[in-house]
Write a protein that binds this ligand. Sequence first.
Ligand code: UD1
Ligand code: UDP
Length: 397
Amino acid sequence: MLKIASIVGARPQFIKIAPLIHTIQNYNNIDHLIIHTGQHYDYEMSQVFFEELELKTPNYHLGVGSENHGYQTGEMLKRIEEILISEKPHVVIVYGDTNSTLAGALAAVKLHIPVAHIEAGLRSFNKKMPEEINRILTDHCSDILFCPTKNAVNNLYKEGFTNIINNGELINETFINNYSLSINHLPIVINVGDIMYESVLLYFKLAEKKSNILKKLGLINKKYYLITLHRAENTENTFRFKNIWEALNIIAQMGTKIIFPIHPRTSKLINSLHLKAHSNLILIKPVSYLDMLMLEANAQKILTDSGGVQKEAFFFKIPCITLREETEWIETITSGWNILVGADIQKIIKAANSFYGCFNKSLHFYGDAQTSKKIIYILLKFKGLLSKNFAIQLLTK
Ligand code: UD1
Ligand code: UDP
């Protein structure tokens, strides 16, 4: 029996863990513990994902909630450590780049429990971002670094990771046949593709069947823009936020409907600044994942500072305008499908009016949506429980 403990806590992590939970359900030789730190706690930031995506209820809910970074991460670290000591998992999986990711990785590595990091190797090269610190530290605590792209692998190589499996190419059956993993090889860097790409493919058909968000908001395909905004650099800097707000209102005034599911930290800021929105700028609560997929897929353009939403815009081939100075998802930029405009009013308006993206359909960076199976296979192999033949069936199923 392979015992895995997954640490999650923030919205994008519930979406990243979803394919893994569903794949693991096919195995009776895996015990998967889920530890929810409680970093996100509003119904629409947490529980809605467990219900809608039919995710197993977390075994532990730590209820840490919101605090300053040190306090929040420290509380998580203390509480995760206690659980890991009593549960003794063979491996701890952490996801993405939040404070929950860092706390999980630190708690495990200090207990000498192997750490597997999903979405390893991403870099914005901006250490003012809390996420960049979380990514770097988590990667350097990790034993198995599951990268979503070749660029992510290259970033790790430049930081001194030398055990790059399959030359950084997406792992496939040939690799599985020929590679014999041993504990002496750790830490290892493996390109397994992007787990959020798998989530989109897993849930989009369901979204088309179940979501009625377009009807509810009276939206017509390609006749509205979608925006999300929550990153610290935009919400802790009032100057940047007011610029973005002004640009959005000007775009709305020019006649375009803009749908804005607001993250709670952004909603608090809008209220505290007493900002008023034009009637075409439609502010709504955060939406569920299925609703979000429908809003994204049918939008004319997407504006965002979210990591996940930039990628989803790329998957759906919707032009993306990124309200940041840099991004870790550089493929979306180099392929011409995403543009960085920061918080500059004129740049935002210009992109909203004239950026259409130039997507080369042959470009594909994010793997084959088999990421969860590859991760599980590697972990099982790591535990020495899976025969090669079974592994191949798993990947080709
Ligand atoms: C966190 C992650 C960020 C990720 C984002 C996903 C860190 C440092 N940041 O940012 O990388 O992109 O999650 O959404 O881990 N709040 C609520 N209710 C909630 C959750 C938050 O009201 O359920 C409010 C609180 O006022 C809180 C603020 O939002 O102080 C920020 O929450 P926090 O989890 O600290 O950071 P996020 O901005 O959500
Ligand atoms: N998302 C959602 N509802 C929303 C906004 C975002 O389900 O109202 C999803 C989105 O589709 C993506 C993920 O949340 O899968 C991105 O999370 P977020 O933007 O909070 O964090 P980031 O990716 O920037 O870390």
